[in-house]
Design a protein around this ligand. Structure first.
Ligand code: 5GP
Ligand code: SF4
Ligand code: MG
Length: 479
């Protein structure tokens, strides 16, 4: 999972990118970077850590120019290290090129092998670097044609921003797995911004125009904005936006393909209330991701919503646990129970999803220790049983609790009095019920269903850094 931003035509573009990256920080906390362009000259800076740690005022002063792209990283393919930080920035025979990618290319291993066979040298272990090589090789046509030609070779998920000699290009894969929005800066007409989520626009005072369409390529230069397509729009009928963005990943104050994430989460909670009501005293969200679902669940059942768990927002990421004394207290460090609310009560705990089950187990214990009489766990999405190969860092299958355990076993493991997930069909219906431009959306739900819209395993097995993800009984071709 990552966040990307691109700006063209604005004074101090890197500073705007910096603010936008702050708004996208939830999409990646491992590294941050910006490439700025003054005319056709690029300046780059990437570092490990949060945006405010990685990019200082001095860096921003050096990143002068009227165009910029930025990236926050959450490693999916490739280890967490500086040489994997993005944007990638290179010089090639055509000038300066920089790329920032959100998603995961499912045929990266083959392409890398092919490119290495032709003499290409890779600096990183990520799938995204393949894009840099493919783009640098296309130089025959105009810029849009070259980008389309390069993108036609890659498969899987990409929402990308590219700078070529100061020209901004934004593109989304034909299935539209990951989001990408277009906005306009007020500074003057022609100043455009693209970002993974429109929450980035709010902070920088940009107006949201629309979502970039699946398969669409936008070129933004001194003449304004021109469009091209990786596949013809008529051929790109079945799109597959990631439903997990609505469940967990995107910020609730975002809109994805015109659909409010907050309202989608409330609808998921309300649907869960219909499928799995509980005779309880209070509904308590597991902060922060369970909040909007809990509102929907409580309202649908007419139960009081109480903030029975309080989250500390000041936990440093670099904190290291003392080795012996207090082990495994990660959750305790982040959350604390409100005993006066929980004691003696029958509590429904609401969360958006369960991945490994370890966090849920600790929270159930915390709530019970605080005196709750009953603790019921309600999960506003279907059981996560499959890894994601399209840009979300779900663990390998062996670590996904629902891949190997029945609902009863998960209840036993988490020590909840009862547990219920939302059904897959209700999950789709709930998200689709929220008004949007696209009235009949079709989502990717592969991590829930195992129905992978782009085949993956054969390819990913050959990418060394992904071996771990396809271990165990994932050893089969999926489609
Ligand atoms: P678990 O009980 O499975 O250990 O943790 C469940 C929690 O993990 C939920 O609150 C959910 O919001 C969160 N979660 C779901 N997907 C992801 C993810 O991809 N990354 C991280 N860091 N947390 C996730
Ligand atoms: Fe989203 Fe899951 Fe599909 Fe990955 S597999 S794109 S997380 S719905
Ligand atoms: Mg959570």
């Amino acid at each position: 999972m990552c966040g990307v931003i691109g700006i063209r035509g604005a004074h101090e573009a890197a500073k705007i990118a910096y603010l936008g990256l702050h708004a996208l920080q939830h999409r990646g906390q491992e590294s941050a970077g910006i490439v700025a362009a003054q005319g056709s000259e690029h300046v780059a800076h990437c570092a490990m850590g949060l945006v405010q740690e990685a990019i200082t005022d001095d860096h921003l002063t050096a990143l002068a120019g009227t165009a910029a792209i930025g990236h926050v990283r959450y490693s999916t393919a490739g280890e967490s290290m500086l040489r994997n930080a993005q944007p990638f920035s290179v010089r090639f025979h055509g000038g300066a090129l920089a790329v920032a990618h959100n998603g995961n290319l499912t045929n990266a291993a083959q392409l890398r092998e092919e490119l290495e066979g032709q003499g290409a040298i890779f600096q990183s272990t990520t799938d995204s670097e393949v894009l840099v090589h493919l783009l640098a090789r296309e130089s025959e046509g105009d810029l849009a044609t070259n980008v389309v030609r390069a993108l036609t070779r890659v498969e899987g998920a990409y929402s990308i921003v590219i700078l070529v000699n100061g020209v901004l290009i934004a593109a989304r894969d034909p299935l539209g797995f990951r989001p990408l929005s277009l906005g306009r800066l007020p500074e003057k007409s022609g100043a455009y911004v693209v970002a993974s989520e429109p929450v980035a626009f709010d902070l920088i005072g940009a107006e949201a125009i629309r979502e970039i369409e699946p398969g669409e390529v936008l070129v933004i230069d001194e003449h304004g904005l021109t469009r091209a397509h990786v596949v013809t729009p008529s051929a790109a009928k079945q799109t597959r936006a990631c439903i997990f963005e609505h469940v967990y990943f995107a910020r609730p104050d975002s809109r994805l393909d015109g659909r409010s994430v907050y309202l989608a989460r409330k609808a998921l909670g309300a649907a869960l209330a219909r499928e799995a009501p509980v005779d309880a005293d209070i509904v308590v969200p597991i902060p922060d991701s369970g909040a909007a679902c809990a509102v929907g669940y409580a309202q649908a059942l007419g139960l009081p919503l109480e903030l029975g768990l309080v989250r500390s927002h000041h936990v440093g990421r670099t904190f290291t646990e003392p080795e012996q004394a207090i082990r495994h207290f990660g959750v305790l460090l982040k959350l604390n129970p409100v005993r006066d609310i929980l004691a003696g009560r029958r509590v429904v705990l609401l969360d958006d999803s369960i991945v490994r089950g370890t966090t849920s187990r600790k929270i159930v214990k915390m709530v019970r220790d605080a005196g709750a009489r009953e603790v019921h766990l309600r999960i506003a999405s279907a059981p996560v049983r499959w890894p994601c190969f399209y840009g979300i860092d779900t663990p390998n299958r062996s670590e996904l609790i629902a891949a190997h355990h029945s609902i009863e076993e998960i209840a036993h493991f988490t020590k909840a009095d009862s547990i219920a997930y939302l059904s897959g069909s209700a999950m789709h219906a709930a998200v689709a019920s929220v008004a949007a431009a696209q009235t009949k959306p079709s989502f990717c739900d592969a991590c829930f269903s195992g129905n992978y819209p782009v085949p993956v395993c054969e390819n990913l097995r050959r990418l060394p850094v992904m071996n771990e993800v396809v271990s165990g009984d994932d050893d089969r071709t999926l489609n």
